[in-house]
Design a protein. Structure first.
Length: 202
């Protein structure tokens, strides 16, 4: 998982605001209801907040894709606003945009065609799939660190707070297995919708 501060433009003020509403990672931002988040942040300049929040969300998605805040910023500032735009653009143009970002010292290095193609393939996957996240809790409602969540060939481990996040989950019915050593082991079925991302406490 990636800290919210990885996003360009999230300084101390926004990081504190996000923390106040329980958003510490980019994954938290991606699974939070947009309208409710606007209300919770309670910033008077609505237009300014909406513009910044849209920028943060797009960059958060690109961080999932590139695993880099710098590359995510470069993609956003090049004019890209989502997975679909990136996935279907000409690969040479994508590579050229990254090269321009390198020449302007926004990023330390460019990418090769293989990486550009990989990003585009992954963008297609992310566009046509959803997220599943939440917390694994003990009987006292405290997070269980180190619990394992399995889905097909994917495996993630909960953090110190018991939080987990899985991306690229196909829309529709999915099976998950949760193993919390010394606590419990269970199998669950969840329906991942394209209209909203599934998140819950278990």
């Amino acid at each position: 998982m990636y800290r919210i501060s990885e996003i360009e433009g999230v300084g101390e003020v926004y990081e504190k605001k996000f923390a106040e509403v329980g958003i510490f990672y980019i994954e938290d931002l991606l699974i939070t209801n947009y309208s409710k988040l606007i209300q919770k942040l309670n910033i008077k300049n609505y237009r300014h907040l909406a513009l910044n929040l849209n920028s943060f969300i797009v960059q958060a998605k690109f961080i999932l894709l590139t695993k880099s805040g710098q590359f995510a910023e470069a993609l956003y500032k090049s004019g890209l606003r989502g997975f679909s735009e990136l996935a279907w653009m000409d690969t040479k143009k994508l590579k050229n945009r990254i090269e321009e970002a390198k020449n302007s010292h926004m990023i330390p290095e460019s990418i090769n065609y293989e990486t550009a193609i990989y990003w585009q393939k992954k963008a297609i996957e992310l566009f046509y799939t959803g997220y599943y996240s939440g917390y694994i809790l003990d009987e006292n409602r405290k997070g269980i660190a180190g619990a394992v969540i399995l889905h097909e060939k994917k495996k993630v481990v909960t953090d110190a707070n018991g939080q987990f996040f899985l991306s690229r989950i196909p829309f529709g019915k999915n099976k998950f297995k949760i193993i919390a050593e010394n606590y419990f082991s269970l199998k669950i079925n969840r329906d991942i919708s394209h209209k909203s991302y599934q998140t819950e406490n278990i």
